[in-house]
Design a protein around this ligand. Structure first.
Ligand code: SAM
Length: 283
């Protein structure tokens, strides 16, 4: 198992996602001899998991069942232990597209936080790209390093435990893209420019407040970045419903017809943050 490569069979040492139904899930570390308790009873790793196919339906000791899923960055985002606020898949999808990330991309990121975005970046840039991630909080940097190793993506990432606003990303002139999720991104814009390749590159900064966006845009303009634009991504879910509509009386036996319509939900996830994008001009 690796977060960047699919494996058919569950193996000792894997991280697997136990899906309990109704969007309830939990990550587990598969270990010979270990047991995991669920509301449907125990899962015995040696007999119920190791050697079975990912996606299998597993019967627990009380007779209820769960599905065991291969980990993905999307599943990790909704299951990871939070050390900080994290980025969710709706924003991550837009960041990946607008930064033009692809296999082989070199990316700089700060802060690492809980590693939600880092895992998505790693899956996109594998197998030949590299992520340089900077986190100034020592325990968070250590925990993320441990998770990258457990998830078998550590060969694709370099962690630096330093202040990105003072010391930068630790690399110069190599990045295709830079991502900032820190409280004072404007203080890191100069370092971001230095990390990006001479022949252009893309930058994204995530900030919850519009005042942070204003200061970041000013810094981007001072550093001659181009194509500066800010987006807010709001996800509007539509439910499908069947409704009965009356038919005019044309003399047939049918007085109504059943149609399917879509209705937006009354409540939707609100503001997470603003995404500011910019392009470094060609030197
Ligand atoms: C909101 S979290 C990032 C969450 C991350 N994007 C994710 O999806 O999990 C912000 C992180 O930036 C780190 N940070 C803040 N200022 C920093 C700086 N100047 N240099 C390095 N890291 C910094 C914080 O310690 C925190 O862990």
């Amino acid at each position: 198992m690796s977060f960047v490569e699919y494996s058919e069979l569950i193996q000792d040492g894997d991280i697997a996602i136990v899906y309990l139904g109704h969007e309830s899930m939990m990550p587990i570390k598969v270990q010979h001899g270990a047991q995991t308790q669920t509301r449907y009873g125990a899962i015995r790793h040696s007999t119920d998991l190791i050697g079975r196919r990912y996606g299998s339906k597993i019967t627990c000791s009380k007779g209820g069942w769960v599905h065991v899923l291969h980990p993905t960055p999307e599943l990790w985002t909704v299951n990871l232990p939070h050390r900080t606020q994290i980025l969710y898949t709706t924003d991550i999808a837009t960041i990946t597209m607008m930064l033009e990330l692809k296999p082989g991309s070199i990316v700089c990121e700060s802060g690492t936080g809980s590693g939600s975005l880092s895992h998505a970046i790693l899956r996109t840039i594998a197998p030949t790209g590299h992520l340089h991630t900077v986190e100034f909080h020592q325990q968070r940097a250590e925990k993320a390093t441990e998770e990258f190793r457990e998830h078998r993506v550590d060969h694709l990432v370099t962690m630096r435990n330093q202040d990105v606003c003072k010391e930068g990303f630790g690399v110069t002139g190599i990045a295709d893209a830079v991502f900032l999720d820190i409280p004072r991104p404007w203080e890191a814009v100069g370092h971001a420019k230095a990390a990006l390749k001479k022949q252009a590159g893309r930058l994204c900064s995530f900030s919850p407040c519009i005042e942070q966006v204003q200061r970041t845009c000013e810094a981007l303009t001072e550093q001659d970045f181009e194509e500066i634009c800010t987006l807010e991504v709001l996800l509007r879910v539509h439910d499908v419903r069947a409704v009965t509509l009356p038919l005019p009386d044309f003399g047939s036996n049918h007085t109504s017809v059943i149609c399917k319509i879509t209705v937006p939900r009354r409540e939707m996830a609100g503001h997470t943050g603003y995404l500011t994008f910019a392009t470094k001009p060609r030197a």
